[in-house]
Design a protein around this ligand. Sequence first.
Ligand SMILES: [Zn+2]
Length: 257
Amino acid sequence: MFRALLVALALAAAASTPAAARWPNGARAAVALTYDDALASQLDNAAPALERAGLRGTFFLSSVRREHVARWRALAKKGHELANHSLFHPCPAASYPADPRYTSEAYSPAQMVREIAQQETLLTALDGRRAHGFASPCTINQVNGQDYLEPLRTAGIVTYGRTAVAAEPVDASRLDPMRIPALETPENPSGAQLIAFAERARVNGGLAVYVFHGVGGDYLQTANPAHEALLVWLKAHRRDIWVAPLGEIVAWTKAHP
Ligand SMILES: [Zn+2]
């Protein structure tokens, strides 16, 4: 009888818990804030906002400007993650106007893997780390109609891939580390829109990865107030939500399958 009561109590407790604590310090969800394309507005606006909130982000770099080298290096020293977004960011010709020699139609998978390896060398020169995560340009894992993600996996030169699109947070226990899905934030989102994605992760558990481009500048912009609103909300919910560079989150999931 007593045992039956204990079981019933345990079941009731389980049912009332919105999401199991699977992350460090009993957090129910993990959030990664990622920023693509090595944009000046990320150095000018996004990174200082992260610093003010005491949060760390992930910056997927491509076409790094010489004049920004010292600033990226300084960001890495502060605990932000630098990661690989290829050297020249090849996308299909239909995506946006580009030199046809640098569209993905002009590449072979082997050439793409070589380019990613070369970007690894640049990243190592910036942050001293041996290997980095990778995000596919335009979230397209093919060049000239051929998949390059499996050759990249085989080459073993990157630690993970943010290479899929997600509208919802994902179950991290079933994650292929080379195919991590992420939310492409829309142009000029509101703070509430941004918060809603993390809130769904908080309620249901799982991993919510954001992709930002320009922050308070550049293109595909998120306005500074909307970006800040998300950071303030995440900081207020830090007991439930572990905010960390994506590489740290992936390492945690690999160590805690
Ligand atoms: Zn990009």
